[in-house]
Design a protein around this ligand. Sequence first.
Ligand code: IMP
Length: 184
Amino acid sequence: MTFDDQEYLSRYPFIDRVLISSEEITRRVRQLGNEISNDYKDSVPIFVCILKGAYPFLADLTRCVSVDHEVDFMAVSSYDGGTQSTGVVKIEKDLKSNITNRDCILVEDIIDTGLTINNLMELLKTRNPRSLRVAALLDKKGARKIDVPLHYTGFEIPQEFVIGYGLDYDEKYRNLPFIGIMKA
Ligand code: IMP
């Protein structure tokens, strides 16, 4: 844990503990960046950042990618009106890029049930990308309701609600430099 992480912990007493420190995130994101750079040597991939939660991950990841690439942004929401994810996605903000015949990497903060990313992938496949992969910082594997192929995963985590590094609780705490667990 860095001094920064410690500072935030004392400032925010509702955080129970740090699950993944900022140092661990930095190290792992660098590894993922290297892996992606090796895999896309002969291509100019488009990183598709799924807003809002994936913005810090996208910013850090792409700065560790050494091949030419583009970035674009997409915002989706589940519209069941309840608290459970149905994965039925409504596009709130669409891509500017035409992804036909392009190599796309969807950048997600966390895969929980897998329903959202699964539906989003089905939707983007209709635009005929050359390839479509997922880079997810966090994987709550135990919560999965549908099998989704994750090509790049940062960390597997338990089924607990996490905040920080883009992940929010009621739109707040995205700024925390680590992944934390709130007090129950
Ligand atoms: P899924 O369709 O269940 O996989 O939903 C994934 C989405 O749920 C993520 O993109 C997050 O926005 C949200 N989510 C899932 N788990 C958490 C969490 O622990 N903290 C904050 N947001 C979460």
